[in-house]
Design a protein around this ligand. Structure first.
Ligand code: PLP
Length: 333
């Protein structure tokens, strides 16, 4: 069996160099997000917790790091015809904002079931919304039609070296802000976020543990780890609308080799964690962003080996785009 050091010397989609280059490239555009802590939450978890607040990132999610790295990597010639992507939310807004800063058009294919607040973000940043059906097939075929018609460059939400490198800049910041952390808990969907975070964190400290936080109703990463190959689910069922995608061929090798474990929680635990973010941390976090707190407070985590070996845990609060309209409607407001 290969050691971690050997595994790390393999070729993955990004490495510490591409991640440092991304940090230089996007530095002028992104927020360096704060790390918050709470004695109350430390008491509940029985560990020291460090919340990396990507919900305060521009566009309300970490996605702006990858999107701005991809868009500012394009040559003027490549960028001239604009960019296109398909996304139900945070990546779409991030691409719109980065394209606006670069001064180029952004064509955003949005499935009909996307949360309203996220579609509003796309429009606010000047992205042109093109509706598709909700299936991945319809999203992809609509995006490729737009690409053919406009000549725009496709910016994939996670299966892209530039995106993974951009997301990895979170670890460069976090490990400078809290060098003593021994564990990082990261929400997982397509795996762009966790791939970047893991590749940077383990290059800086090979002993650091990275745990994926995944909803039980979209547990393809956990199933893939067990099966040893990418598993895609026929359907998903979770409140975490940002965590419904499956792994890609660039993100899977990192998840397979370097992510230490995938911990599953159900929607009830996610909603409770969201409530704690509001009430205790005083931070607006969306379901996909609060899942790391749900994991650290879960019985599943307490029963794991990672629980015994960790004492200072970084938790990525990955996004804060909450559809309050839906909440108000449920109260008849
Ligand atoms: C708030 C939030 N957290 C986490 C993720 C997961 O990111 P990735 O698809 O790179 O795993 C997403 C993806 O949309 C997201 O919007």
């Amino acid at each position: 069996m290969e050691s971690k050091a050997q595994v790390q010397s393999q070729n993955y989609a990004a490495d510490i160099e591409t991640i440092k280059e991304a940090q230089l490239r996007i530095g002028p555009y992104i927020h360096k997000t704060p790390v918050l802590s709470s004695t109350t939450l430390d008491g509940l978890a029985g560990k020291r917790l460090y919340f990396k607040c990507e919900c305060f990132q521009k566009g309300g999610a970490f996605k702006f790091r990858g999107a701005s790295n991809a868009i500012f990597s394009l040559t003027d010639e490549e960028a001239a015809k604009g960019v296109v992507t398909h996304s139900s939310g945070n990546h779409a807004a991030a691409v719109s904002l980065a394209a606006k800063l670069r001064g180029i058009p952004a064509y955003i294919v949005v499935p009909k079931n996307a949360p309203k607040c996220k579609v509003e973000n796309v429009k606010r940043y000047g992205g042109q919304v093109i509706w598709s059906e909700t299936t991945m097939l319809s999203r992809e075929s609509t995006a490729s039609k737009v690409q053919q018609e406009t000549g725009a460059v496709l910016i994939h939400p996670f299966n892209d070296t530039r995106i993974i490198s951009g997301q990895g800049t979170i670890s460069l910041e976090l490990m400078e802000q809290v060098p003593e952390i021994d564990t990082i808990i990261v929400p997982i969907s397509g795996g762009g976020l966790i791939s970047g975070v893991t590749l940077a964190a383990k290059a800086i400290n090979p002993a650091i543990r990275v745990l994926a936080a995944e909803p039980r109703g979209a547990d393809d990463a956990a199933q893939s780890k067990t099966a040893g190959r990418i598993i895609t689910l026929p359907q998903t069922n979770t409140i975490a609308d940002g965590l419904r995608a499956s792994l890609g061929d660039l993100t899977w090798p990192v998840v397979r080799d370097l992510v230490d474990d995938v911990i599953l929680v159900d929607d009830r635990q996610i909603v409770e964690a969201m409530r704690m973010c509001y009430e205790i941390l005083k931070v607006a976090v969306e379901p996909s962003g609060a899942i790391g707190l749900a994991v650290v407070l879960s019985d599943q985590f307490r029963k794991s080996d990672a629980w015994k070996d960790s004492s200072r845990i970084g938790i990525i609060l990955s996004g804060g785009n909450v559809d309050l309209g839906v909440l108000w409607e449920s109260f008849g407001v």
